[in-house]
Each structure stands twice: as C-alpha cells, then as structure tokens.
Design a protein around this ligand. Structure first.
Ligand code: C5P
Length: 240
C-alpha cells in the first residue's frame, strides 16, 4: 500500500436526488469499511449541513465539487471546505498552476487540512472533445501532463480512470494519490461506465482509493456488497 494511503480504501459515491434514501443507505453502511463521496447534486440540494451530518455519523467525506475558478476564489472555497471538516476535496488541474498553488497554500494554514487532489481530463471526454477545447495530443497525454502539473503544484494526487493508474503511478511515484472511479465488482453491471475494472485489478494497477457508486447504492444488500469489495481490496493489497 502506498505510504499515505489509509484504510478504508473504498469511497461510496452518494449520488441521490433525495435525502431520505441517502440517509437510509448511510445508516446501513459502516464507516470502518468506506468513506463517502458527496458530489455536486447532493451538495447543491442539501448543502453543508448534510456533509456535517455524515461526518457526525463517523464518516470521512470526499467533497467532489471540482473547483475551477480564479486562484483567490478557489482558495477561499477550499478553505470553506476545510472548515466543514471534510477529508478530501478536488479542483480541475486545467485551472492552472497558480490556481492549484493558491488552493494548497490556503489549506496549509487551515485548522484542518483535507487532502487536495486534481481532476485531469474528464473521462467523459474523448479525443475529439479535447481537440475541440484546444488541447493537442491524446487524452492520455493530457492526463499525464496535467497530473505532472498538479504534482508540481504540490497537490496530493489525482482522480483518474483505473486504466490510467499504471502509467500515472510510474510517472508520479509511490507517494501520489490515485483515486479511481469506474470500478465494478466482477458480478456487477457496468451501468453507463464505458470501461470498468474490478476492485482487485484497480488496486493492482496502482489505485489508492476506489470510488464505487451504484453497485453499492442500488443493491438490496449494500453492506454485503461493500464487505465483498473490501475483502477483494484487502486481498489485492496483500498480493501487491
Ligand atoms: O455509480 P458509479 O460507480 O458509476 O459512480 C461513480 C462515481 O464517480 C460518480 O459519482 C461519478 O460522477 C464519479 N466519476 C466517474 N468518472 C469520473 C469522475 C467521477 O464515474 N471520471
């Protein structure tokens, strides 16, 4: 396990439109087996109080708001997230070095310092999409370039596809966190994810943390699925 990775390595994505089912799921999960990811939908509907509720229930929270703005604004937003007590936050690497450095510097003086990671190229974007916004090269080349920029700006890691984990681990070394969505247990549906990897393969490829949503959140037995994934992660970590 890379030096800075801590258990639990599974992050359950809480993608719900309504509070009731989200709370019900959280009650059924176990903070020793997972962290929770709150994204733009739930945060926009239910705000900081919902995040505080999850933290009070014993969960560490990845606030996935992907900030991208002028450096001062992003730094202030990161400080606000730190004050909430979240475990991890993220920004778009394409916001540039100054933006990422401003965020990191502001967090360095915060009372609580969440992990700060970057989004490189959204996995929804293909070669044509990135060319259209003016990037030369393949998506993979841009992922590696933006990850190096994020690392150089002092960020703790990146969100990436498990398919990119091996190359990123080789390029950025053991101490750079790789957080991978697009993970599916061998028996689960891929849903709308185009390219998925099993938890064991993602860990073997170098992922530190796995973001898993629907295989857990849509299951009639979410804790059972979470236990199964955790066991696969532990086995793969021991093997690696
Ligand atoms: O349900 P599922 O496991 O597909 O959920 C994956 C989560 O990770 C969702 O919250 C999705 O927005 C997020 N995500 C992703 N692919 C990325 C970045 C984030 O699936 N490249």
């Amino acid at each position: 396990m890379p030096p800075r990775t801590t258990e639990p390595r599974v992050i359950v994505a809480l993608d719900f439109a309504d509070l009731g089912p989200a709370r019900e799921l959280v009650r059924r999960l176990d903070p020793t087996l997972c962290r929770l990811k709150v994204g733009k939908e739930m945060y926009t509907r239910y705000g900081p109080h919902f995040v505080e509720e999850l933290i009070k229930a014993g969960y560490e929270v990845f606030l996935d708001l992907k900030f991208h703005d002028i450096p001062n604004t992003v730094a202030a937003a990161c400080a606000a997230a730190a004050d909430l007590g979240v475990w991890m936050i993220n920004v778009h690497a394409s916001g540039g070095r100054k933006m990422m450095e401003a965020a990191r510097e502001r967090l360095a003086v915060a009372s609580h310092r969440p992990l700060l990671i970057a989004v490189t190229v959204l996995t929804s974007m293909g070669e044509g999409d990135i060319r259209e916004v003016g990037y030369a090269g393949t998506p993979e080349e841009n992922v590696l370039r933006l990850a190096a920029l994020a690392h150089g700006a002092g960020l703790d890691g990146v969100v990436c596809s498990p398919r990119e984990a091996t190359a990123l681990r080789a390029a950025e070394g053991a101490d750079f966190l790789l957080v991978t969505p697009g993970v599916r247990p061998p028996t689960a549906s891929a849903d709308d994810q185009q390219r998925v990897m099993t938890p064991a393969d993602a860990i073997s490829a170098g992922a530190d943390y796995l973001v898993v949503g629907r295989p857990v959140t849509k299951s009639p037995d979410p804790l059972g699925v979470l236990r199964e994934i955790s066991a696969q992660v532990v086995a793969a970590s021991a093997g690696g």
